[in-house]
Design a protein around this ligand. Sequence first.
Ligand code: FES
Length: 139
Amino acid sequence: MESTNRRKFLIASLGALGVAGLGAVLYPLVRFLAPLKSAGIKQNVTLKLSEIPEGGSKVFELNGNAGVIVKLRGGSLAAFSAVCTHLGCIVQWQKEQGQFLCPCHGGQFSAEGTVVGGPPPKPLAKLPFIVNGENVTIG
Ligand code: FES
């Protein structure tokens, strides 16, 4: 009698472990295969022009990727993907040099996004933007 109860308990425990293990495998798989919810992805970004210092930059997130907008001396704007075209590190605007530097392998990009040094094979991807009054909308 006691042996039967132990057997039933053991079978129930193994069954519960099996269900939990199956859930642990299937849940990440379903999450990976499920389409992204559009609510979490920004299709465009609006910034106040006053947030971007003259000669400086502002980093933002767009469609899950880093972007950067620079306000050149004189006030003109340029927006790019901040993802380096070499191996995908995030470039940083160097105010004093007036160019982007990739900290990973020393890639350098001009204020127009063209490669001026290092291993990147292509220019930074330009992002469209519209200035509307005191704001700029990128994307
Ligand atoms: Fe930018 Fe290599 S990832 S230079």
